[in-house]
Ligand binder design. Structure first.
Ligand code: SF4
Length: 198
């Protein structure tokens, strides 16, 4: 996909009505960040602030994750950030299987265009979507996996969902935040290994 086609897809997402989530959204959240990066961060779904602004990870939990990325030396501006579904589910419920399936083509096309070496998944929904597993995030977080998804190969590093981090703000050794910081540092180490100078 060339840059023009990528921008066309952005417009397509903004007006998409392929699933019921279109009915209640204010703005679709396509995602943002450099299209040449080695790392894509995939969250679950837009929340209220994201729906309002059209930008990913700008609500309370997204801001916390952005702060942790910065603290670990991997500022969000270096990543492309998006979600498994591009429109906000009502009451912030999990996207249904039908909604996730309808939106899958957009995530697949984004990854096909960006060609990341590493995909960081934040929370259960994106981790399960990409790895095709039923295992939970508490088992999977911090465990690097190689993955073939939609005929693309990349590594996957799952993180705790940022809303879980928001409810567990302690920073003691072994705490969710301390583990997440260690996971992000590992992601940075891998990105530098994949792309010298990252
Ligand atoms: Fe389209 Fe995805 Fe929004 Fe559903 S969630 S309307 S498939 S962009």
């Amino acid at each position: 996909m060339n840059d023009a086609a990528f921008n066309e897809m952005r417009k397509e997402v903004e007006t998409c009505a392929r699933c019921p989530l279109a009915a209640n959204r204010t703005r679709a959240v396509f995602g943002e960040g450099p299209e040449t990066t080695s790392i894509v961060l995939v969250g679950e779904a837009p929340g209220a602030k994201e729906d309002e602004s059209g930008r990913p990870f700008v609500g309370l939990s997204g801001r916390l994750l952005s702060e942790l990325l910065e603290e670990a030396g991997l500022p969000r501006e270096k990543l492309f950030i998006t979600n498994t579904v591009k429109c906000r589910p009502p009451e912030n419920r999990l996207p249904s299987k039908t909604e996730s399936a309808a939106c899958r083509q957009f995530l697949a096309a984004q990854l096909r265009h960006i060609r990341p070496r590493l995909v960081i998944t934040a929370g259960n929904a994106p981790t399960r979507a990409v790895l095709g597993t039923k295992e939970g995030i508490s088992t999977l977080r911090g465990r690097l996996r190689s993955c073939v998804w939609e005929e693309m190969e990349f590594s996957v590093l799952p993180l705790f969902h940022p809303s879980y981090l928001l409810r567990n703000r302690g920073r003691a050794e072994g705490s969710p935040i301390a583990l997440t910081l260690a996971d992000i540092r590992e992601a940075l180490r891998l990105a530098r290994e994949f792309t010298p100078g990252f």
